[in-house]
Each structure stands twice: as C-alpha cells, then as structure tokens.
Ligand binder design. Structure first.
Ligand code: ADP
Ligand code: ZN
Length: 766
C-alpha cells in the first residue's frame, strides 16, 4: 500500500511511503528521511499501489507504526488541511501545533537559587536570570542562558559549577507535585465533592437566549447550523446560559462533549471553579502553565470520554474529542485567541471552521464583539441573539470622565544624587498620576467598605527614562524601543528582549537633573496610591505578577475575599472577572491606547473601556466608573461612556469600509527582516522590482489590490533584527491568498540571511 505522510520541518509537501499493511489515517508513523535520517509524521491517506508503478525509484518503507489508535480523527485531519491552506503553513508543522505537548511523562528538573547574590557581586547575573522567581525549570534556565549567548555546552558547564558550589540546588519533580496539589485546591477537575451545585433559574433574557441556542441541538446532524453570536452586556449572565446549555446537551445525549474556550489563564481559575462545582468530576482543564504530562492526561480524559467538558485557552481548539457536541467561545473578541508564533492561527476562526467540519453548534459570546464577528452577524452569516440587561437588573455602571491635566503628565525628575536614585512618589513637587477627583472617589469608596480597581495601560514603573538636554529616551541597544523602568531598584528593561541595565549605568557621568522618568506604569500607580491613601490595602496585578503562577491565584483570591481594597493593574484586570463588591473602576492613561499605530486601536480602546466598566457594580451595589483622559470628547470614549456598542460599531464599520480594512478587506501581513541591514536594503530594492513584475500579471485586478509597504515595522528592530512590514489588502479572501502566496514565493530569491513570516488576518501590525 502507498501511504501519504506529512512530515514536520520540511517544505509544504507530503511524502509517499510503502507499507505492507493498511494504516489508518491520523496515525503517527516513523519513516526514513534524507540520508539515514528518521522523522515522525502523520499518515494522511493509505491507498492501493499505483498499478503499474511508473515511479523511477522504489518507495521506502514505513519503519514503525507508533500507535494503534490514530492521534487525529478524520475531522481533525480535515481541519489540519484547512489550516495549512488557509494560513499558508506547511502541513507537517500544522500537526506539530495541533498535537498536545509530549505524552511522555518527562520528569521536570528544577533549579532552585539557594541564596540571592548581592547585585554588585553577581558575576553570573543570577539575579536577572531568576528575576522574581526562586526556581526555574531546566528548560527555562537553559533558554535564558542561551539568550545570553551561551552555547549549550557552556550552559551545562555553568549549571554544573553552580550546583557544585551549592549556589543552585536541583529538585526533581517536586514542582509537579505541588502544582497538582494547588490545582486540586483551587480548580480541581478531580472534584473534591461529587454533589453538583444546583442550576439557577434563568432570568427572562437568559431564557430567551437559551431557547434560541438550544433548538440547534440535534438539528446540526441533519444540516450544519450557523455560528451564533451571543451579544450579552457585561453582567448579563452568559456563563449561566452556557451551563444550562451544557445540561441540556448532556440530557439529550449522555456521551456528548463540549469545548469551552476562554481567553487567558487569568480567567480560568474562576470559570473553572464554577463549571467544576456544577459538573463535578467531568470537567477537564488545560492551561499553558501546566506541566506537559498533566495537560496530556487532561486531554486524554476528553479523548476517551471520561470527561465531558474541556475548558482551555486557544490551543484547546485542537483537542481530540470522543464526541464533540457543542463549542463555546467566551469573550470571542479577545486578542489572546491569536497565536503569536509558528502557525499564526486565530482560535475563534479555527473553532468556527471546526464546527462546520464536525457539524457542531458553536456559540460566540461577548459584550463587545469583534468587528469581524459583528459584521458576520449583520450580514447574516452568523445568527444573533442578545441579552441587553444585567442579571441583577442593576443598571450598567455610571461612567464619568475626568480630564487629565497635561501638567499631571509632566516629567518625574531624578533630581536626587546618583547614589540615591529612588524617586519619591509622594513628593508633592513630583508629578502625579491621579487627579484629586479620583483620589477622593477612591477614599470615599474605601470608607464605605467597598472595593476599587485602578487600571493602567502598561506594566512597570515608568514608560521610559528621558534625557532632557538631548530630548531622547534611553533605548534598548538591540530593539528600537525605549527601555521601560521597573521595580524598586528602577531597573531599565526591554519588553521585547531580555536586555536590562541599571539607571546608574546610563546616567553615569551626567548630571542627574538632566534625566526624568516619563509615563505611569502599574507599579508607579501602586506606589503613588499607597503613598496617598496609606490606610488602604493595595495590591497589583499585571503580566509581571502573572509570570509567577502562585502569585496570580493568591492575589485574585485575596481580592475576592475582600482582603484587598484597591487592586491596581493592567488590562488583565478588565477581563471577565466577577467581583461583586467592586463598585469603582478608575481607568487612566486612555490616550495611550487611542493613539496606538494600528487600525484596531479604536476597537481595542472601546473594548477595554466597556469591559473594564463591566467589572463594576456586578453584585447588589450600583457601580461607578471614572475615566481619566486628555481627550474625554473623543467619539470612542463618548460611545464607551454611554456603553453604546451599536453606535460605536456603526461608526467603526463605516471607517473600516472606507479604508477597505477588515472585516471588509482581507488582510495579510508579510513580516520580514534580517540581522544584516545591508542585505535587507539590497533585498528591498530587488523586491520592489519583483513586485512590479508580479503585479503586471494582476492588471485586471489592480484596482482591488492594495499593497502597503514595504515599510519599516512600527518597532523597527527587535533583538538586533531589522524588520519590515508588507501588507496585502484586497476585498476578496481568495485574491489576498493568491497574492500573498505569490509574494511569499518571491522570497525564495532573497539571501538566506533574510527570514519572513506570513500572518493571515493579522491582529497587530506592530
Ligand atoms: P457575564 O459573563 O455576562 O458578564 P456572568 O456570567 O459573570 O456575566 O454573570 C454575572 C453575575 O450574575 C454572576 O455573579 C453570576 O453568578 C450571576 N448570575 C448569572 N445568572 C444568574 C441567575 N440566573 N440567577 C442569579 N444570579 C445569576
Ligand atoms: Zn530589546
């Protein structure tokens, strides 16, 4: 028999091998490849030999069949082929993305830092390697050392040396056990008790949404239904509707299963708990901070049908199900559904395609749908159902604006001596982030015993360190981006690579009064607030905190238990959380978002404002939201104030249509770059000619085609790699694809020092 096999890390083609026995498609096999090499691939098809065999060479034989049961179902194989053609990605690599992390029970080796060296006596830079953590897995440590330029032999040698001198200690598997334990404490899928939490009766608006969706069950088998957009305002109780749908699904067919995609790990603990309590013992959970073997075993429970509900982030969309009966995409607008490297898929779009392939009902839920989904529902490609009122019948929170005075954005001078460079945030001479109105409102809320959230745009202390006489910010030497200021020690850090340095090393030999810190990060917000409202219990939550898997649940739980009065943080705080005692949300530095150099800047700002406001007044108490901005009259801010999604969406769609941007135009981004600027410039010239030639074959379609660029990417250099953007925009998906493919083929003529990647439907063009 002839077997067609997809292999990873080779060109976009499949390979044919010989096998005496039939092999089921979806099975992984080991095959010979190149000179004496071997590769593991996935069988796509298995057919009778060609008769007569006209090949000029003899087929090589499959070496090993690695499994009895196929890793991929026929539907998953179909999905893989679609992913490969849609995202213009080699099919072998598609499987690599789809396959859950290794199934082998590798033991995790961790290295613990026994004692933190003094910063001035730290020849191995352990402080920075370990950052806020006290231990790292072997893989993490090796990656960090590699980033510092050490070869793997050098890394091994160094680790050995550090172990020997007892600076590091080795621990095996311990973390896995503690994580399993903590997982059972908080989000256990292996439920502590098996008595299900009772379902709550639905409100009329929930009931009507539920009825609309539930009629789809069963019908799907005869004709695939359209995806359904559930547009429910914040606090309308979408989760309860989802749970009623699950009960209905299971009551119709006991063996049926459901997939629930959630945006980010920060959301999962809460969501997971609710689902586990309602459906004890049958919920499987995956998230990226999980050790591989745990993730594998959770996915195994879904594959073999012992678990019925899978909750997970974007990668869960690829999971193998015994019998998939319903897909739910919670917060479908969330940008974390887009994968950032390798196969640049968008989990929502993949889910919609998977639902189509599997004839499975799919629900997309959001209070602020993406323009893509909104347009699909307006143009009747998707069905639509709305929940316009909050469960508690509380009004949506009242939003007010506070105009930030430009003076409050003024510079924060490092006027102290070089040795004492820690600025004093409570110093009245210094700039202040918070307007007096906001401080007063926070104090008042505290006196009432209610909780508040303060939302800032960026993590860290300040956005950058600025030299007044040169009007220049301190930049990363490897990325064209200002260094952010972090931590009590005011370290300068690059957010794109691991470069970091001290303020002193940059200001050394200059006058300290020539330097200022600009911008307010979450850390600075926290410090200033603590200084101005010392009696409040304040904590911070941003991606720096999230980096520590223990810290995130600790802060969220403490806040839920009302042991924290004010939580300061970044956008993570705006997402999906449900804290009933939060009645005041302050959103600052909105202008930063509005001026983002990306056509989705407006959409992102509106989403953030409405989602953040939605965290307020969810319980019995009425909520309030204060937005501090320089441009309180901006139409997007105004629509958000009125929580008028329709007004915003109408204006936004009009703008997108005028510009031919998605969802009207179909966009692809080719990002290319090189460490060698000269090569890149030479290629740019060559590419221009090649593009001109290529476009002559499209003359009939020229009026439909927009090629923007090549331009230097907004962040022109990352890790020493110079970057260019080429944006392809046409009104038709097939035209965009065709053109992108042709342009990508041109890159075969570029020097090997030039690398590129294709991003279909890019979500960010930075
Ligand atoms: P959304 O995701 O739509 O913003 P949630 O699903 O978080 O809203 O629900 C908001 C709040 O209302 C939650 O605290 C939830 O427990 C509560 N809730 C939802 N449905 C009901 C119901 N039918 N009866 C009582 N409380 C409900
Ligand atoms: Zn950098």
């Amino acid at each position: 028999l002839e077997v067609e096999v997809a292999l990873p890390a080779v060109k976009d083609q499949t390979f044919t091998y010989y096998s005496p026995n039939s092999i089921q498609p979806g099975v992984r096999v080991k095959v010979p490849f190149a000179f004496q090499g071997k590769k593991v691939g996935v069988v796509l098809s298995c057919v009778q030999d060609q008769v007569p065999d006209t090949r000029p060479y003899k087929l090589k034989s499959v070496l090993n069949v690695l499994e009895q049961e196929p890793s991929f179902s026929p539907a998953q194989l179909k999905l893989a082929r679609w992913l490969s053609t849609y995202y213009l990605h080699p099919i072998g690599d598609v499987f690599k993305t789809m396959l859950p992390a290794t199934q082998s029970k590798t033991r995790t080796v961790r290295y613990k830092l026994m004692e933190r060296p003094q910063p001035d006596a730290d020849p191995y830079r352990l402080n920075s390697l370990f950052n806020r953590k006290s231990d790292l897995t072997k893989l993490q440590l090796e990656k960090k050392l590699a980033a510092l330029g050490l070869t793997s032999d050098e890394s091994k040698g160094l680790i050995k040396k550090l172990l020997k001198s007892k600076i590091l200690a080795e621990e095996i598997d311990r973390d896995t056990r503690t994580r399993t334990k903590s997982k059972q404490d908080s989000t256990s899928s292996v439920s502590r008790e098996s008595i299900a939490e009772p379902a709550r009766p639905l409100t009329p608006s929930q009931q009507q949404a539920y009825d609309f969706i539930a009629t789809r069950f069963g019908a799907a088998e005869t004709h695939p239904s359209k995806p359904i957009l559930l547009h429910g305002v914040t606090g309308s109780g979408k989760t309860e509707v989802f749970m009623h749908l699950l009960s209905k699904l299971f009551s119709l067919d006991e063996s049926s299963q459901a997939l629930i995609l959630v945006p980010e790990i920060s959301l999962t603990p809460q969501m997971t708990r609710i689902f586990c309590d309602r459906f004890p013992g049958v919920v499987a959970v995956v998230h990226s901070a999980m050790p591989d073997h745990e993730r594998w075993s959770e996915l195994q429970r879904i594959r073999n049908g012992t678990a019925k509900i899978l909750i997970g982030p974007r990668s869960a969309v690829f999971a193998g199900f015994a019998k998939l009966g319903l897909m739910i995409i919670d917060e479908e607008h969330d940008s974390s559904y887009k994968q950032g490297n390798g196969l640049l898929y968008h989990a929502r779009d993949v889910a919609v395609m998977r639902a189509k392939i599997e004839s499975c009902p799919i629900v997309l839920g959001s209070a602020t749908p993406s323009m893509e989904t909104w347009y699909n529902s307006k143009s009747k490609k998707y069905d639509f159902v709305a929940m316009a009122t909050r469960v508690t019948n509380r009004p949506l929170p009242e939003i007010t604006t506070v105009t930030a005075t430009p003076a409050s954005r003024s510079l924060h001078r490092l006027y102290q001596s070089n040795t004492d460079s820690s600025p004093n945030p409570s110093d009245p001479q210094q700039s202040s982030l918070f307007s007096e109105e906001i401080i007063a409102a926070l104090k008042e809320n505290l006196d009432r015993g209610q909780q508040s959230i303060v939302l800032l745009n960026r993590r860290g202390f300040a956005y950058y360190l600025f030299r007044l006489s040169e009007r220049k910010a301190a930049q990363c030497p490897r990325c064209s981006i200002s260094l952010a200021v972090h931590g009590r020690k005011r370290t300068l850090k690059c957010h794109y690579c691991d470069y970091h340095t001290s303020i002193e090393s940059i200001t050394d030999g200059t006058s300290p009064s020539d330097w200022a810190l600009v911008g307010f990060g979450s850390q600075r917000g926290e410090e200033e607030l603590q200084a101005r409202i010392p009696q409040a219990r304040i904590a911070r939550l941003d991606s720096d905190t999230v980096a520590d898997p223990q810290e995130l649940p600790r802060v969220l739980n403490a806040f839920k238990d009302q042991k924290i009065d004010i939580l300061v943080g970044t956008q993570i705080l705006a997402k999906g959380h449900d804290f009933p005692n939060v009645t005041l949300i302050c959103i600052l530095e909105v202008d930063q978002l509005l001026s983002m150099p990306d056509f989705r800047g407006g959409e992102r700002t509106f989403q953030l404002l409405v989602q953040a406001a939605g965290r307020s007044g969810r319980g019995q108490l009425t909520g309030k939201v204060m937005v501090q901005s320089l441009r309180t009259d901006h139409p997007i801010v105004q629509d958000a104030l009125k929580q008028d999604f329709h007004a915003f969406a109408d204006a936004e769609l009009k703008f997108r249509q005028q510009m031919g941007y998605p969802p009207f135009g179909k966009m692809a981004l080719i990002e290319y770059g090189s460490d060698h600027e000269a090569d890149l410039c030479a290629w740019d010239d060559q590419l221009e000619t090649l593009l001109d030639n290529l476009l002559t074959s499209f003359t009939d379609l020229m009026s439909h085609i927009k090629i923007l660029g090549p331009t230097p990417a907004p962040i022109e250099m990352i890790r020493g790699r110079h970057r260019r953007n080429l944006i392809i925009l046409t009104p038709h998906r097939s035209l965009t694809h065709q053109l992108t493919q042709k342009i990508a083929a041109l890159f075969a003529e570029a020097k090997p020092t030039i690398s590129f990647k294709i991003d279909i439907d890019p979500q960010s063009i930075l």
